[in-house]
Design a protein around this ligand. Structure first.
Ligand SMILES: Cc1ncc(C[n+]2csc(CCOP(=O)(O)OP(=O)(O)O)c2C)c(N)n1
Ligand SMILES: [Mg+2]
Length: 559
């Protein structure tokens, strides 16, 4: 509250900036270091979600940043709170997600003494975040927070960390609020678009690859229209499958782990690659083997919102510094050739995608995750949101499920375990009316499984299916390839996950045959509670197309 002299505490000024910038949700684990900021939320309209661990809070905020394109907000305490939040910050950096993490800090007069839980946040997060800073003067809060929103969102989005000295938050100042920020779109120039037009007209086998952030519903639709008009095959990068309707006749598949070999061949055979929004990092580039570095063999058009990403790894023939949203709008102005030399390519690419993904593969054991994904494909509505963390279990989702709308998948391109559960809870808090389904691994789930309690506390009926193979299966797979038969540090003893769900006040059910999944899913929905479906799978079924036994035998055979 403003006092008679018009002054507010640093905490009040700070929370008023969040209101001014349109923040809808804040995720936190409280700490005595930022009590004055917490207190300011008491009289303001932004809901505060309390989490059980700062990693979960940061991942929820990151998921909200992914879903909205506006900074997800998280508050954590100093020292251990900040270090616990670090995986969420790292995800936001790798995944180009706008996010702001506010961290408590010791009082200004104690700095540099290594006071209780003191850290130098500029140093600690200097290379992990897009920007890390500290506010010394409450009168500068509007300026610095406004800058943080712009830095987090503009160009290539990323995380901003702001440290808040405890006494700064209680000091009073007279200062006005900043106006609401708006993300700055970077538009392609007319010359860029006419050069692109010429390149497309000269091409025999053009393709388009979509990835990264800074997309929008409108851009999604405009890209689809472009693909239809030009009859161009469209692919998506690792965990960005929602950027194109996967049931659309121009969709050719995603560049994830274990992609369709025909898709790779198709991309290699293209003579023009239009890469939009993506850095084309290690995962989608198949460990940097898909395109030659620095100069790809194909005519390479790279569209990215951050000028520093253009030419960073790949030397493009045409570099377009534009946000995907602005670029997609500009695509509407391009003219398709009267006769399209590559006519039919998109259909063939889509046919190959369908053939690769239509039916579940055979796997050992009574639970076939592929068949469950195929069933969910028919069961879930196009608007439902899917989330996952990291582990081999996710391969089944990305191969057999079909995303049909923009922003219906939230997952870590950074491969961070434990992400799926907090992400699901974060987006369910944002969109309570949407169905949210999370696929988790047994190792993956227990990294942030305690946040299931957050779902119960806020009455957020997410459905989490835990794929229990009794191991850190991905690492066991690599182990069997490199050191066959020498199993170490990958086996897991697991709890009864259905009982875990019930103990937390949720719904729990165990499934040990594929045919029981449908009933378990319906019962989970009918319970109206946050739910866990414990899927007991055969550990030998390590990917949709390989077994542990097979990998071991091949590795031993190769010696
Ligand atoms: C936070 C984090 N720690 C460790 C890893 C390395 N890692 C990648 S996958 C994996 C195992 C995943 O196990 P689980 O969730 O059970 O899935 P599975 O592979 O068995 O399907 C590990 C340990 C990681 N990616 N992220
Ligand atoms: Mg596992």
């Amino acid at each position: 509250m403003r006092s008679n002299d018009g002054s507010r505490t640093g905490g009040e000024i700070l929370v008023d900036q969040l209101v001014a910038h349109g923040v809808q949700h804040v995720f936190c684990v409280p700490g005595e270091s930022y009590l004055a900021a917490l207190d300011a939320f008491h009289d303001r309209s932004i809901p505060v979600t309390i989490c059980r661990q700062e990693g979960g809070a940061a991942m929820m905020a990151e998921a909200v940043g992914k879903a909205t394109g506006r900074p997800g907000i998280c508050f954590v305490t100093r020292g251990p709170g900040a270090t616990n939040a670090s995986p969420g910050i790292h995800i936001a950096m790798q995944d180009s997600t706008p996010m702001i993490v506010f961290v408590g800090q010791v009082a200004r007069e104690m700095r540099e003494r290594e006071a209780f839980q003191e850290l130098n946040y500029r140093a600690v997060f200097g290379t992990m975040a897009k920007w890390a800073t500290e506010i010394d003067d409450p009168a500068r809060i509007p300026e610095i927070v406004s800058r943080a929103f712009h830095v987090a969102t503009n160009g290539r989005p990323g995380p901003v960390v702001i440290a808040l000295p405890e006494d700064m938050l209680t000091e009073r100042a007279v200062v006005g609020d900043a106006p609401a920020f708006e993300p700055v779109e970077t538009w392609p120039g007319l010359t860029d678009m006419s050069r692109l037009q010429k390149m497309i007209w000269a091409a025999q086998r053009p393709i388009m690859i979509l990835g990264g952030s800074r997309w929008s519903e409108k851009a999604w639709a405009a890209t689809q229209r472009f693909a239809e008009r030009f009859d161009i095959p469209v692919f998506t990068t690792f965990r960005r499958g929602h950027l194109f309707d996967q049931t659309h006749r121009n969709y050719g598949g995603d560049l994830g782990i274990g992609p369709n070999p025909m898709l790779l061949a198709r991309i290699k055979a293209a003579d023009l690659v239009i890469l939009v929004g993506s850095r084309m990092g290690e995962m989608p580039s198949q460990s940097y083997t898909l395109f030659e570095i620095p100069q790809p063999r194909q005519t390479f058009v790279h569209v990215h919102p951050d000028v520093n990403e253009l030419g960073r790894v790949y030397r493009p023939h045409l570099a377009i510094n534009a946000s995907p949203t602005a670029f997609a709008a500009a695509l509407e102005g391009l003219q398709a050739p009267n006769t399209i030399p590559w006519a039919g390519e998109a259909k063939s690419a889509h046919d190959e995608y369908v053939a690769f993904t239509e039916n579940a593969t055979d796997v050992p054991g009574a639970v076939n995750l592929g068949e469950i994904m195929v069933w969910l494909r028919g069961k879930l509505s196009p608007d439902d949101i899917l989330c996952n963390g990291a582990g081999n279990f996710s391969a089944w989702l990305h191969r057999f499920y079909r995303l049909r709308r923009f922003n219906t998948f939230i997952g870590p391109t950074s491969g961070t375990m434990g992400y799926g559960v907090p992400a699901a809870i974060g987006v369910k808090r944002l969109y309570p009316e949407r169905n949210v389904f999370c696929l988790a691994g047994d190792g993956d789930f227990l990294m942030h499984g305690q946040e299931f309690m957050t779902a119960v506390q806020y009455d957020l009926p997410v459905i989490i299916a835990i794929v229990d193979n009794g191991m850190y299966g991905t690492i066991r797979m690599h182990q069997e390839r490199e050191y066959p038969g020498r199993v170490i540090a990958t086996a897991l003893k697991n709890p009864d996950f259905a009982a875990y769900a019930r103990a937390f006040g949720g719904f729990g059910v165990t499934v040990d045959k594929t045919a029981d999944f449908a009933g378990a899913y319906d019962a989970a929905v009918a319970s109206g509670k946050p739910a866990i479906i414990h899927l007991k799978v055969d550990p030998n079924a390590i990917t949709p197309v390989s077994t542990i036994e097979g990998i071991r035998a091949r590795a031993l055979g190769g010696r």
